[in-house]
Write a protein that binds this ligand. Sequence first.
Ligand code: ATP
Length: 638
Amino acid sequence: MTPKPEQSDVGEFHDIELVHNGAASKHVPNKTTIVVAFTGLKKVVTPPPPPPSLISSTPPGAQAPKEILSNVSGYANPGEVLALMGPSGSGKTTLLDCLSNRGGVAEGRITLNSAPLQKHHKRLMAYVTQEDLFFNHLTVFDQLLYTALLRLGGLTRKEKVAEVNKILAQLKLTKCRDTPIMLISGGEKKRTNIGSELLTDPSVVLLDEPTSGLDSTSAVGLMHTLRSLASAGKTVITSIHQPSSATFASFDRVMLLADGHVVYFGTPSGSLGYMEGKGHPCPQGYNGADHIMDLLVVEEGHEDGRGDTVRRDLIDSWDNEGSKKMVEARVGEASAVLPPPEAGEKARSKWNVSYITQLKVLTHRCMRNSRSAIFTPLNFIKSAGLGLISGFIWLDMAPTESWVDDRNGFIFFAVTFWTFDSMFTAMMSFPPERAIIFKERASGSYRLSSYFFAKTISEAPLRLTLPFTFLTISYWMSTLNMSFTVFLSFMCVQLLCVLAGESVGLLIGATVMDSEKAMVTATLVSLSQMLSGGFFARRIGDGVRWLQFLSPFKFSYHASLRIAYEGGVLCDGSNLLGSYCAIVGGPGNIVGAGEVYEHFGGQGTVGFNVGMLVVMSVACRVGAYVMLRRMKGEGRHA
Ligand SMILES: Nc1ncnc2c1ncn2[C@@H]1O[C@H](COP(=O)(O)OP(=O)(O)OP(=O)(O)O)[C@@H](O)[C@H]1O
């Protein structure tokens, strides 16, 4: 059966005009047309050893290398849509990763026109990944504008806004322009993802399963968008699972994959003829794409059955019967037609905008994103509520001897709660953010250092608002020390400790990729730091004494103790300060702050402890940066 295009309503993607074909702004439309050709691609991975199993008695060992792409050859022309089809695990995403220069290949050659694919070609290519990774608190407009500000060089801000508005209109996103991304529909999210990539007006558009999660109407509409892009001269390569017959027929070329091998490359109608020639005609009235998928899918546990024989035959036929050779010959012809896209590309800076612009834009984005995440009514209820509760618990403490234990308790609580809070918040919120950074950096949007500076500058003041609110309420209710200077110094130490805690959380979040392991690491690190903080144990065992030098709690607690007892403690006969009261003459006399500090095992001056907090904040943040730098990405093929 020859599938006929559906005449149905194509919903939200219908009639989307060509991108960048208007003359609304001075942005010069990209005229570079590119043939993407690839021959003999082979990709081998070595899976990491599995974690030890309680069921299996065999110890986990090194895994054997696995070939996940074998001798894959094909090409995609400008003005055409090439669809990669195949069952789950057949290698579609791996091939797209390789074509977008995000995963190296063991063998084979990828060319853009006649030039071998290189890093600087990334700016000519857009890769719409399967996951729609965004800062969810930003609106659709913000997301696109920040992308434009970071990735469109040589335009004024006004022109960049015009480009964003054009994309919004073209992708029918105007309706949800000012809606936070976390509230928009799956289809709108996908189009926002595509829009972010199309802003740079790429010559090659790669899409990984763009229709997954969309209803059939939206999926057909999305295919119209891809067709429009191709008509504008772009080369479109998309992976797709199970297209409708209309969608299948609308592709210019399809590549069918099974187990990392090509089983067919050519026109969609030709694929049905080819399968028929192999003894697998498509039944009357059956969707051609479904028929092909039925031939290639082998159910788990039936690997040695008839389905698997059909698949193996198809793989062998393609490799051995000359079809592969014919395609390889055509790859050579296709890629030699157009001039290489080198001119000017290599000479251009790796970055589209200057370091200062990256820093400014990223700071603005970080502030906007964290403002929405931090300044929530719930967070204010938490800090004000906790401030009031602690204020009532430690209400109106007197500066006398019998209150010293309560005062120490309040100080330690003030030190620990918000440090824990910032440590865990940073650790939990960083991994999703890390995925976005890797994605954006993979498309060359900005330097890692500009992101890190921006994050540090913008987030700290916002994050400190909550502990500031808590402490302002609880400090004055508890009357820890009525001197305003003491209050300010005490506050500064607490806020510094919160920053140190956040840095520790960032370091863990940047180092441990697995969230379960990160949680265990954070619990271990934070609790051991807290226990060695000087409140619970003053004489720490020899073997673990070094722990206290890694504890922000210890430095903060000791500095706070020294500050809070400024003015001394009035002896009242309760004997909590032991011989210190006897030395000054007993009840009615004052023990100085230095002596009280000594009595509670305080170590180091305030300056030293504060200095150590600064060192911890900076060192852990630099550590997090270094760890991120070392990890090239989270992709499987990174
Ligand atoms: N780093 C890796 N280590 C081990 N196996 C890997 C690795 N990367 C990919 N694979 C395996 O390679 C095969 C191809 O994966 P790929 O994601 O490209 O398939 P796919 O066709 O895109 O699948 P889907 O349609 O489900 O997204 C799979 O069997 C996958 O498990």
